[in-house]
Design a protein around this ligand. Structure first.
Ligand SMILES: Cc1ncc(COP(=O)(O)O)c(C=O)c1O
Length: 446
């Protein structure tokens, strides 16, 4: 398969980062604002580290995505938000209110989606290793569809569904063997990835699904990876799926649905934004004319730019080699830089810092790992202790991936909506860290 090139611009400066984020504004007095709320106010009231999400931003992005599908003649495309990107109940409620469904990958995500008011009829279940308990819950709740990833899972689901006296709609997740040209850890559509049924084996698996009790094969699904910034990989994958739809129909199978997965990327580092119109066009040109119910499962694109992580400088440490700005946020809060070498924009929150001279520094967390580094050699306004910074594009795969490593409580979360804001998760209490730990009675008595 061909590789797909993504052009990378120069590292963006503060002004261009703000310009690339319509939800951010640098007010000369109030400093950096998310939607209508000064982030300094939230940091002062709630302390740091603190996640802040923008509900208005999510709605605006959703409208833009819907508009792109409308423009391509795909207005009927169903959007199932990939809950894994940010599973907070308030975020899911924003999705529910906007009429968006959910793509879940665990019983926990399924229950979160239901709790937020997303109806079972708008929930699809993906994932390579759904457990029997996951599948039993999905069948009992009567969700819209299960995207099955192997013939082994087909057999398992059939037994569960038939025992429950139900018939469940299934799509087969096909691995199209397409290179998404993204980070290796989030590539999912190559033949050597664990995901999906090989496209060469999909027809046989579809026939097998149709022969099993309790299953109603309705179509195909695919998802080739995440953080994809060009249309070409999507076009290549969807063309292969379209070919399969035609082949299955020619063999006498009924195929009414295709779930096109997620994967649309966001420009973290000044890259060109993903060409939404071109991606929608690729979908229209490959699968649009096949009389299918089309679905997509975006996660990152909807919520990534809607969130920031606020953090305060603990101290600035100058060594013979480098200047280290040590933050109170760490890799346990936002793991993406440590895990994927991800680049995140970092902006001082105070207005006067915009004009301060910028010098290179390593921006690091306090955790005892060198990997706990948010940015290396970042040219950023001189920062002193207690200065607050906003780490941008932290709304997706941020708080959901947090841990309590180094016995650091989970950070506070706030939600901005226009000029209002609320705490949507208080900081975890220190005692919560060990409240469910048990020291056997025979210890501690010596
Ligand atoms: C099956 C499936 N659908 C959707 C998504 C969401 O991807 P993204 O957040 O890149 O849109 C993922 C994430 O990897 C996924 O595995």
């Amino acid at each position: 398969m061909a590789d797909f090139e993504v052009s990378l611009a120069q590292e963006p400066d503060a002004a261009s980062l703000i310009a690339a984020h319509p939800n951010l504004r640098m007010d000369p007095v109030d400093g950096l604002c998310l939607e209508g709320v000064p982030l300094a106010v939230i940091a002062k009231d709630l302390g740091t580290p603190c996640w802040v999400y923008g509900a208005g931003t999510i709605r605006t992005r959703l409208a833009a995505l819907r508009d792109a599908f409308d423009q391509a003649g795909l207005g009927a495309t169903h959007i199932h938000y990939a809950v894994k990107a940010n599973d907070h109940l308030a975020v899911l409620t924003v999705m529910a209110e906007a009429g968006v469904g959910a793509d879940v990958v665990s019983a926990g995500e399924l229950q979160r989606a239901l709790k937020a008011g997303i109806p079972p009829s708008a929930i699809v279940f993906s994932g390579v290793g759904k457990s029997a308990a996951d599948l039993r819950l999905a069948v009992a709740e009567g969700i819209a569809q299960i995207n099955v990833e192997s013939v082994e899972e087909l057999a398992m689901l059939s037994a569960i569904s038939a025992t429950a006296g139900r018939t469940i709609d299934v799509t087969l997740r096909v691995n199209p063997d397409v290179d998404a040209a993204t980070h290796a850890k989030i590539t999912t559509g190559k033949a050597d990835n664990k995901f999906g049924i090989a496209w060469t084996e999909a027809a046989a698996a579809y026939g097998f699904a149709g022969s099993l009790p309790g299953l109603h094969p309705v179509g195909l699904a695919t998802h080739i990876g995440s953080q994809i910034l060009s249309a070409a990989p999507f076009r290549a994958a969807y063309a292969r799926i379209a070919e399969l739809v035609r082949d299955l129909r020619a063999a006498g199978h009924t195929v009414t649905r295709v779930d096109c997965g997620g994967g649309i990327g966001i420009p973290y580092e000044g890259e060109q934004p993903a060409p939404l119109a071109e991606i929608a066009q690729a979908l229209a040109e490959t699968l649009g004319g096949l009389d299918l119910d089309l679905m997509v499962e975006p996660g990152r694109w909807l919520v990534g730019p809607a969130g920031v992580l606020l953090s305060a400088v603990v101290l600035v440490k100058q060594t013979a080699e480098r200047r280290f700005v040590v933050l109170d946020a760490a890799m346990n809060d936002l793991v993406r830089p440590a895990m994927y070498d991800a680049w995140h924009g970092i902006l001082p929150v105070a207005a006067d810092r915009m004009a301060a001279p910028a010098t290179p520094a390593d921006i690091v967390g306090p955790v005892c790992e060198s990997g706990d580094t948010f940015a290396k050699d970042r040219v950023i306004a001189a920062l002193e202790a207690d200065a607050v910074v906003a780490i941008l594009d932290a709304g997706a795969y941020g708080a959901v991936m947090s841990s309590t490593y180094n016995a650091r409580p989970l950070a506070t979360v706030a939600l901005v909506d226009g000029s209002q804001w609320d705490v949507i998760r208080p900081r975890q209490e220190m005692s919560d860290l060990w409240s469910r730990e048990i020291v056997p009675a025979r210890f501690g008595t010596r």
